[in-house]
Write a protein that binds this ligand. Structure first.
Ligand code: 3AM
Length: 188
């Protein structure tokens, strides 16, 4: 088994701990030793991305990088470590909303928090749509909070970027079934 990664980019980003693991990647909390701040690094699991995987990765980064907005998670950089691609992201200390709901007493957010977070996500979507970008996977697990409680939309891995080539066939569903709009689930 390969030894665990302890740093990225010739030691610039030192791994402090693993934050978690998603479908496509492992996320680490790292210290940026140059800018002296904490960042989250998402390391793509596949050693070698196929053509479509690479295109999706590039799109995720391009979508996030083009959306400079207080309610969109900032992407700082990209790179490769031992042949695997990674993204350097703003560290969201408050965790994602799915985690927050799961940790709450009765497994739900109160109305005030729900309205506040929703408004912030809508602002992010408004901004994305103005830039011809559709997120296509809006759900609690893709919304993060800062330490101060500000909500930001992240994970643009399934986003549709207007103007670029389509990666999904017409009529193909993308997103998460539990959070999909009915008309999308019906293929319309
Ligand atoms: O595995 P869990 O659900 O605990 O919240 C994300 C998820 O945590 C976390 O990494 C795990 C796999 O996606 N994560 C992703 N991006 C993050 C970020 N920018 C993040 N945590 C903090 N800041």
């Amino acid at each position: 088994m390969a030894s665990p990664i302890t740093s990225f980019q010739n030691g610039r980003y030192q791994v402090l701990r693993k934050l978690g693991e998603g479908g496509k990647g492992v996320v680490f909390l790292c210290q940026d030793t140059v800018l002296r701040r904490q960042v989250a690094i998402k390391l793509i699991k596949e050693e070698v991305l196929d053509e479509e995987g690479l295109l999706r990765f590039q799109r995720e980064v391009q979508a996030m990088a083009s959306l400079v907005h207080p309610n969109v998670v900032t992407v700082f950089d990209i790179g490769q470590e031992e042949g695997r691609h990674f993204l350097v992201l703003e560290f969201m200390e408050g965790g994602d909303v799915e985690q927050i709901v799961a940790a709450s007493l009765n497994k739900r957010l109160d109305a005030a928090a729900t309205v506040r977070i929703s408004k912030e996500v809508v602002r992010a979507l408004e901004h994305a749509h103005r830039h011809n970008i559709l997120h296509r996977d809006v759900k609690p697990g893709n919304i993060w909070l800062t330490q101060g409680g500000q909500a930001k939309l992240g994970d643009f891995g399934l986003a549709y970027l207007g103007g670029g080539p389509r990666l999904t066939r017409a009529g193909m569903m993308v997103g998460s079934i539990a959070y999909m709009a009915p008309e999308v689930a019906l293929g319309r």
